[in-house]
Ligand binder design. Structure first.
Ligand SMILES: *Cc1c(COP(=O)(O)O)cnc(C)c1O
Length: 393
């Protein structure tokens, strides 16, 4: 198991996001061993805030077979970064350059006959066979072909294959409730998916890659693993189903830290930040942390029901008062502290708050905490498994 990232020597930045690429490699290896099937590593939304290109590179080094993103734009960016391996995307927006995607050998996902028609035209225009996966809607009711259209979509997919427009490389769907393993929707969706597979076969399709499970289902639902698992959050080391997932040794890859920008003493009755929503009830010291909602810190990290915590001087310190655009205040409880003292917002360590702690304090999920963080922070990569003195690969 990789050790937590070593301190880097950034100074003068508001705050730093440190991503340990060894943790991503380790998590992909863990998922591969646990599931026994290839891993499709999901690096959409800038790798859930960890950096798309670097996360893809680390995931591949950890044994991921496929990389997946949402948009064609993201997929093209990965190709520009010289990633030339298997690559899937699943949301084609009107006006997008499908021809470029076909030329770059990117697997497009189609949800409808109209989309297949567009891909056929694009493939013809660039004179190359496309790679197309079909996504069926089995109950999420977001993207994917609605059940009533499966027969016509599969028939069009087969016709296009015979006409040389594309190769149907995959068939897949997505769960609505995989983080609640006992939810009846999971069985219903898996049954519907199996019906779609049968219908596709009846239409003469032999999709190379059949996949259904995201991280939570990959870990909690062996029957849904099929030919590959599509894992996002777990490759970054966060728990896909808090309270439900057994300890499989995932290691959070992201540490967010800053430094105290000011320390001051408060007297009883002194109220802090906009709205004066928190008042000291005793003499105390408070520290100013120079990041705020402009940098992705949820404003909800302080609210009437509670607050998120950070680590300063080896202790957990609660946020006190409204989180501002550029700064927030933590209660140091009368302890001595100085400008420049390290503040760890969250990370993998046992002694620091985790992204999951922040999610619970803010009434959201760990996915949102890591994905939204950024703004003016710098992102740094470390490799806790690399021999000393080597740059992260
Ligand atoms: C984001 C996403 C995933 C990854 O989900 P995790 O829960 O992060 O593993 C998989 N499939 C689809 C369609 C997604 O949108």
């Amino acid at each position: 198991m990789p050790a937590p990232p070593a301190a880097s020597d950034h100074r003068g930045d508001l705050a730093e996001i440190v991503v340990d690429v060894a943790a991503i490699r380790h998590n992909v290896r863990t998922l591969r061993e646990l599931t026994g099937v290839p891993v499709i590593a999901v690096v959409k939304a800038d790798g859930y805030g960890h950096g798309m290109v670097e996360s893809a590179r680390a995931a591949r080094a950890g044994g991921a077979t496929w990389i997946a993103v949402v948009t064609v734009q993201e997929a093209l960016e990965l190709r520009s970064a010289e990633y030339d391996g298997p690559l899937l995307c699943w949301l084609t927006l009107p006006g997008v350059d499908l021809g470029r995607a076909v030329e770059e050998g990117i697997d497009l996902t189609a949800y409808s006959v109209a989309e297949l028609d567009d891909i056929a035209a694009a493939a013809e225009a660039v004179g190359r066979r496309a790679r197309v996966q079909i996504k069926v809607d089995t109950g999420l009711h977001r993207g994917g072909a609605p059940r009533a259209t499966w027969a016509e979509v599969f028939a069009r997919a087969r016709a296009g294959e015979l006409a040389g427009s594309w190769k149907i490389t995959g068939l897949w769907s997505h769960f609505a409730c995989s983080d609640e393993p006992e939810h009846p929707a999971n069985d219903r969706q898996e049954q519907a998916f199996r019906a779609a597979l049968a219908l596709a076969a009846d239409n003469g399709l032999q999709p190379g890659l059949v996949h259904l499970a995201n991280s939570a289902a990959a870990v909690l639902r062996p029957s849904a693993r099929f030919d590959a698992v599509r894992c996002g959050i777990a490759i970054y080391g966060l728990d896909p189903a808090p309270g439900r997932t057994p300890d499989i040794g995932l290691v959070p890859a992201m540490t967010v830290r800053s430094e105290l920008a000011m320390v001051k003493e408060l007297a009883p009755g002194d109220a802090v930040s906009y709205g004066q929503r928190w008042t000291a009830d005793r003499p105390t010291t408070v520290g100013l942390v120079p990041v705020g909602y402009g940098d992705g810190i949820p404003r909800h990290a302080f609210h009437e029901g509670g607050s998120a915590e950070v680590a300063v001087g080896g202790k957990r310190r609660p946020i006190r008062g409204t989180v501002c655009m550029d700064q927030f205040v933590v209660d140091l409880d009368g302890d001595r502290a100085e400008i420049g003292d390290e503040v760890v917002l969250f990370g993998p360590g046992a002694d620091t708050p985790t992204a999951q702690d922040w999610a619970e304090a803010c009434g959201t999920i760990n996915y949102e905490i890591v994905t939204r963080i950024g703004g003016r922070m710098t992102r740094t990569y470390v490799d806790s498994e690399a021999p000393a003195g080597e740059e992260p690969s």
